[in-house]
Design a protein around this ligand. Structure first.
Ligand code: UCC
Ligand code: FAD
Length: 583
């Protein structure tokens, strides 16, 4: 007689094992490194109210905002060209979660904080922290927020906050009142070139009285096209039909996307929505401007130089988004490692797995240091408490930090996905979008190479003074460590020697920078982060920071020197490249 044996799959349809998913915790209180560093950067009387707000906001992100962010991913925007009666309407339809993100951004003051300036030179730091928590849960609403902040900064820099149309725009961009809040676009890229804007811009501006113009052109990439206004570039045509080529022919314009009374689009055709690898939450469109009413905002021919104020801000937002993406991916990966078992143990018990994650942790910490420094320097500059050195470093580090953090965020997101095994590749875990959305960060707002060339622009414009200033500032941060002993001292010596060698090589042969610009920028990013970490480690003696500093500084901090030794920036190498690639 056969015995009935109960086996696990006898009745179950899906097996009996269910993996505990990673848990998303308050991104502020769970981020021990960010909270520790913030206490070192902010005076106590500022830290206290800021951490109260960030703790509350962190809870709101977990309980409410993150789900809205996922909804934005799951319900991407669509475009309706015609209504039922054949009228051209070009309506961009966004989900309700996207609209709620707009209201949340206003209420939480993610732009306003910087302009209310309640904590003076620390206000930018506070704003950057808030955005750092918000970005990965914002469903890419962080993108319009970046451009909104950039537009407000532009209006302020040009001294226009009290004037005509700009007064209303500035108040709306920086308000906390959701019913009044406006977002801005940034329409720079045309088909002929997004990097070389000066030669790529075909859009023409015809004078229409006073500062008013009508714009005709085709904007090839315009994100968050549901924005209320935008800043853009165009070439003014004079009464004889003449226009100036290149940078000198470009002027910056302000325009509102809809007519205030009729709510009709401002002679803008939304030709199509882009079909993108990531950032699917975000309506990115091709736009035809067909007599769009606009106001000349910059002096004639100063378009690129004027919109650079916007770039300074949007590139900072890009950097903080990169770092927050790294932190979010890693937070999920470490939580998962403590739950997922393989070969009898949780992953967190395997030194090999931990080595992999710890490298990402060090990378993320160094990247956080870079954005903390950017926030500190920008706040100081805006409140006129920074030195001339600070101003120079702010300008130099802006492209450096953007390009470096963007690149690292892609690598970190990719490795974190792998740490989930197959689940990292599965859409409804929400993980793949972390990689998709990271990939854009090194493309928009200037690609890695174009930003490396911007670093050279800073050196050239300052006659090399920027590099001297950089070396001085870094050496200053190393001073204390150089008087101690042990790992921190030897790291400091390596950096000081490397900086000298790099400066000498460049002085002898500046042309090496033409092909070495990217590795040069990487070297600046790595050494700057190392110097700040070493400085903090020596000043505080905090073991966690000492370990971070020592590990960070033990990698190749000078890829420019390493690759120069290989002859990578030589004419011979360049010729071999051409033969290899295009033969
Ligand atoms: O991608 C975009 C939006 C994406 C969505 C928003 C995401 C926000 C982050 C979200 C996070 C989730 S908008 C498109 C962005 N496009 C770019 O970034 C363009 C990339 N290309 C460049 O950056 C190029 O280097 C150009 C366009 C700036 C090069 O133009 P030119 O005309 O060839 O450059 P010039 O002749 O060297 O510079 C003209 C003037 C000079 O000033 P003056 O005349 O006083 O000597 C430069 O010093 O502009 C000044 N200038 C700058 N000033 C040029 N770049 C800068 C700068 N970065 N800062 C200050
Ligand atoms: P190109 O300029 O053609 O560059 C191609 C490659 O050549 C790049 O790798 C670049 O690094 C390299 N390169 C170019 N010049 C040099 C050089 N001198 N030396 C070495 N390498 C070089 N733009 C807007 O204006 N507004 C927006 O809202 C906006 N939203 C976007 C949203 C998304 C999702 C994307 C993907 C792009 C968006 N862009 C937007 C456009 C973006 O800013 C441009 O794509 C970007 O600046 C690069 O320009 P390009 O595409 O013309 O590339």
């Amino acid at each position: 007689e056969s015995k009935v044996v109960e086996v696990d799959f006898a009745k179950a349809k899906h097996g009996t094992f269910f993996q505990q998913p990673p848990q998303f915790r308050n991104p502020w209180t769970s981020d021990t490194f960010a909270t520790k560093l913030t206490q070192l950067y902010l005076p106590k009387e500022v830290f206290r109210p800021v951490t109260v707000d960030l703790t509350r906001f962190g809870d709101r992100i977990v309980s409410e905002i993150d789900a809205l962010g996922n909804e934005c991913e799951n319900y991407p925007p669509t475009l309706t060209h015609f209504d039922a009666w054949g009228n051209r309407i070009d309506e961009i339809n966004t989900c309700s979660a996207w609209k709620q993100q707009k209201a949340i951004s206003a209420e939480e003051g993610v732009v306003a904080i910087a302009y209310e300036n309640a904590y003076r030179e620390y206000s930018r730091f506070y704003q950057v922290l808030k955005l750092y928590l918000y970005a990965p849960s914002s469903g890419l609403y962080s993108c319009p927020i970046a451009m909104t902040d950039g537009a407000a900064k532009c209006i302020k820099s040009l001294g226009l906050t009290q004037q005509s149309v700009y007064k209303n725009a500035f108040e709306r961009l920086t308000t906390r009142d959701a019913s009044q809040f406006w977002t801005s676009g940034q329409w720079m890229t045309e088909k002929g070139g997004g990097s070389d804007v000066a030669n790529g811009t075909e859009t023409l501006a015809l004078h229409d009285g006073d500062d008013e113009y009508k714009l005709y052109g085709y904007k090839w990439f315009s994100s968050a096209t549901d924005s209320d206004m935008t800043l853009t570039l165009a070439r003014i045509v004079d009464n004889d039909g003449n226009k100036t080529a290149g940078t000198k022919g470009l002027t910056m314009f302000y325009l509102e996307t809809r007519n205030e009374d009729t709510k009709q689009l401002n002679n803008i055709n939304v030709v199509k929505l882009k079909n993108k690898l990531g950032t699917r939450q975000l309506p990115t469109a091709e736009l035809l401007l067909d007599g769009t009413r606009a106001f000349k905002m910059s002096n004639e021919g100063r378009g690129v130089a004027s919109i650079a104020d916007m770039l300074q801000i949007t590139r900072l937002h890009n950097s903080l988004s990169a770092v927050s993406g790294m932190r979010r991916s890693l937070a999920m990966a470490t939580d998962y490692a403590s739950k997922r078992k393989a070969f009898g143990n949780t992953l967190s018990r395997y030194p090999l797995h931990n080595n992999t994650l710890a490298e990402l942790e060090i990378e993320t910490r160094a990247a956080f240091v870079l954005i903390a420094e950017m926030a500190r320097l920008l706040g100081a500059d805006e409140n006129k408490v920074g030195s001339d050195n600070d101003k120079m470093i702010l300008r130099l580090l802006n492209p450096v930090v953007k390009l470096y953090t963007a690149k690292q965020s892609i690598a970190v997101a990719s490795e974190c996905l792998e740490s989930f095994g197959g689940q990292g590749y599965i859409e409804d875990t929400g993980l793949p979008k972390l990689l998709r959305d990271a990939q854009v960060l090194s493309i928009w707002e200037g690609t890695s190479n174009v930003l490396s060339l911007d670093v050279l622009r800073v050196l050239n414009k300052s006659n090399g003074e920027a590099l001297v200033c950089f070396n001085n500032v870094v050496n200053q941060k190393l001073r204390k460590a150089l008087t101690t002993s042990g790992d921190l001292k030897s790291s400091a010596e390596t950096i000081a020697d490397g900086l000298n060698e790099m400066a000498k090589i460049i002085a002898e042969n500046p042309r090496l920078l033409e092909s070495g610009a990217r590795y040069f920028a990487f070297s600046l990013a790595r050494t700057y982060a190392a110097a700040v970490l070493i400085d903090l480690a020596t000043k505080t003696g905090d073991q966690d920071i000492v370990v971070t500093a020592t590990r960070w500084a033990s990698q190749d901090l000078f890829p420019f020197l390493t690759n120069n030794r290989k002859g990578m920036f030589s004419a011979q190498y360049a010729k071999e490249n051409r033969d290899m690639l295009y033969s």
